[in-house]
Design a protein around this ligand. Structure first.
Ligand code: FNR
Length: 371
């Protein structure tokens, strides 16, 4: 339901939100969040990709009964939006993931908790006990540690495992290198490792500096294979999503390997600079996988029209990233909730003005390509 505008403390426009977060956050923290890798060509391409498509609205259609709900993994969600996994949210606000997960649950949207969260996955699940949580796995070198993380997620009630496949090394992030900044070395480090029994056993007897090094090392498995993915499936009976798929041939392999869903993503332009924009490659991926697995997309989702375009080109839902982090920095849990209210209103209005009253009505017929 479109609401009358209430009094708002947060700016509505993404650009203004980003600007205010820049003023509030420490420069190194803001740079870490906002920047991409290399020359930031992929970061910019994500934004540009949405501008290449224009909506051709249909009028004289009945949009008096509007519904932006959808179903993902058998669960009804309030809008085709999931919270992208974002690590170390404690650098943006002391409540970090606890605030964001609770806001997601309150707004009826799934929250994807990162392996490298500031809080542990158990604390996040407790904060969002009535909502839907998924767990994102950075595949560690150590299979026993991978198993421990996934089984902990299963026990804590997480509903799906998202394996990020585009991070066999951290991208070459020039601004973080200039700033000599890594959030992983702050405080107690990675919340999920700090309490993991397998990790604790591994670092026993090491001094705190080595402990931090060990934390950082363990999250890149550089020889990750389809057998490793099958191994994760055996660790817990949960749907598996692969995040970071860009090549249609990998999408096809995901389908052949019985993966439940893929997230078409270039990690918000933070990994391979020069990689294709997620929206640009989406139609080719949809063509090879059809309706056989769920397709999610992220990278550059800022407004309702971005969601409409992504769904019209074949995504079932999108992941929302940087904007919620800026809202967290500016307004904690309430800031995130306000931002989501705005996004949902924008989506509903955009759909109605395009002539669509339900998510199922969004298809390529509504789009015009403007190269
Ligand atoms: C991320 N992303 C990310 N992805 C992931 O799988 N695990 C993680 O821990 C993180 N951490 C992370 C931190 C920060 C600060 C950012 C900005 C991004 C990538 C994230 O899930 C998503 O793919 C991008 O954020 C999408 O791009 P936009 O829409 O935020 O520009």
């Amino acid at each position: 339901m479109v609401q009358v505008l209430q009094e708002l403390s947060l700016p509505i426009s993404f650009e203004e939100l980003q600007q205010q977060a820049k003023q509030k956050l420490d420069k190194k923290v803001f740079d870490y969040i906002q920047s991409g890798s290399g020359k930031e060509e992929t970061l910019q391409a994500n934004d540009h990709a949405f501008k290449k498509w224009k909506i051709i609205p249909r009028y004289l259609t009945d949009v008096s009964k509007r519904n932006i709900e959808t179903i993902i993994e058998g669960e009804k969600i309030a809008a085709p939006v999931l919270f992208a996994p974002i690590g170390m949210q404690g650098i943006s606000h002391p409540d970090g993931e606890l605030a964001v997960a609770k806001a997601a649950g309150n707004k009826g949207l799934p929250y994807i908790a990162s392996t490298v969260s500031s809080y542990s996955l158990e604390e996040i699940a407790e904060a969002n006990e009535n909502g839907i949580n998924w767990f994102q796995l950075y595949f560690p070198n150590d299979l026993e540690l991978a198993k421990s993380l996934v089984q902990r997620a299963h026990s804590a009630g997480y509903k799906a495992i998202v394996i990020t496949v585009d991070t066999n090394m951290l991208g070459y992030r020039e601004r973080d290198r200039d700033n000599r900044y890594s959030p992983f070395k702050l405080g107690k480090g990675i919340g999920n490792y700090a309490v993991d029994p397998v990790f604790i056993r591994k670092i026993q007897g090491k001094n705190p500096d080595d402990f931090m090094e060990e934390m950082i090392k363990v999250f890149y498995r550089q020889n990750i294979s389809w057998e490793d993915i099958a191994y994760i499936r055996q660790c817990a009976d949960l749907p598996i999503y692969l995040k970071g798929i860009l090549h249609p041939k990998d999408a096809l392999l995901a389908k052949e390997n019985g993966i439940n869903g893929i997230i078409v993503s270039n990690h918000g332009g933070r990994q391979l600079d020069g990689a294709v924009a997620s929206l640009d490659i989406l139609p080719s991926i949809k063509e090879v996988v059809g309706d056989e697995l769920t397709i999610l997309l992220d990278g550059g989702i800022r407004r309702g029209s971005d969601i409409v375009k992504a769904l019209a080109l074949g995504a079932d839902a999108v992941l929302y990233g940087r904007p919620y982090l800026y809202s967290l920095a500016l307004g904690g849990k309430e800031g995130v909730e306000q931002n989501i209210d705005n996004l949902m209103q924008d989506l509903e209005i955009t759909m109605a003005l395009s002539g669509a009253s339900a998510i199922s009505e969004l298809n390529q017929d509504l789009l015009w390509e403007n190269n």
